[in-house]
Design a protein around this ligand. Sequence first.
Ligand code: GDP
Length: 472
Amino acid sequence: TEVATMMGVSTTEIISACMSLGLMVTMNQRLDAETLSIVAEEFGYEVDFVTADIEESIVEVKDAPEDLEPRAPIVTVMGHVDHGKTSLLDYIRKENVIAGESGGITQHIGAYGVTLENGESIAFLDTPGHEAFTAMRARGAQVTDIAIIVVAADDDIMPQTKEAISHAQAAGVPIVFAINKIDKSTANPDKIKEGLAQMNLLVEDWGGKIQSHDISAKTGLGVKELLEKVLLEAEILELKANPNKLATGTVVEAFLDKGKGYVSTVLVQSGTLKIGDYVLAGTTSGKIKAMQDERGNLVTKVGPSRPISILGLDGASQAGDKFYVLEDEREAKQIASRRSQLQREQSVRAQRHITLDEIGRRIALGEFKELNIILKGDVDGSVEALTDSFQKLSTDEIQVNIIHKAVGPITESDVLLASASDAVIIGFNVRPMGNAKAIAEKEEIDIRMYSIIYAAINDLKDAMEGMLSPVM
Ligand code: GDP
């Protein structure tokens, strides 16, 4: 019946289609992927619903509240270049050693966990920056619980600082600010906090709710307190997972090692991952042969919020791919190969994103409630003027959200954010830079460029009223 609804045909039609294929089925019977694909084909629906069905067959069961246990937060460090992201991650890596365990973190596996003196743990994604964060999100992976945004106190709130803030906010991930380099004589943390306040981001010292701490990633000053604030933020989030089931999580990185074969680092997000488990990750699958943590220890099982490097997958999955443990090795293999077949057939069909032309139609269907816009312009004045005018276009039916605005060209990072947040990019007297255009085409992101303010406003207005005439 579900299939019928999805395809917009009647259940009887499906049943008779099955019968004409020599299959006896009943109304509420679950069709397997194979049958479904054939039936869907009969109605001209080939691939999309097959994919949906594959994903459906591995859908996670909702956990009962009593099965949930607290889990450690997963943290990404973001910020402007040279403000100290790598230094902070390095300092934490070197200085925090699990109580009673000798030796620090020796392996680079793309993520690592630390346990603080009070026994609480934090997992860090070891690829700093909002590009990696948003690239994962564009692939549908929401891994990060909390973002640490590093701002150098001897500098200003810079373009990438603002980007990082927008990216974290668009993902709904709480921010803890690390005001860095306070060991320097030129450091002026108050100036940074004032700058944040001007952006409506009030940190605690300024009477706000956003946590922030002054640190030096070089000397380690304040880092411990910063991490305590991260844990405080985590407490508010009440992060929980059920450790007593088959594991699921996300791939953080994967590569081919000449000696060992395919090595993948995954982050377990729920359940417990064990040696011998059958794993499906993107278009790859396999039985886990060995697992190694960031300290080089071989382990036999790992629970939620733990990064772990695994051996045994038959290919390199991609960062951001979800992984699942399945009961049956054959099923894992089948789904993986079906997925790669689909991917070949569709030549990695990009997800369809919103375009201005389509907005009116989607609003009319009543399925579209929020229009996300990324706004880039040549000068602050025009960006602000457009922001104001766009926001005023919000109606009862549809809310216009400017999820990121900045002065400067349209960058790759803007396109990724648009992809992850299903946004339209509007450029005022600016153009796409570097790879941005190519990626936008691949991801089917609508970029509109204007040089007259009222033309931009009118287009958006028309689009929202469903009256925009298609361009070119
Ligand atoms: P990233 O680009 O954000 O990863 O920045 P890095 O961690 O590579 O740091 C950029 C530069 O700033 C390096 O030369 C660091 O040694 C220096 N740096 C980072 N943190 C501090 C700090 O707390 N104090 C001082 N004095 N220098 C720092």
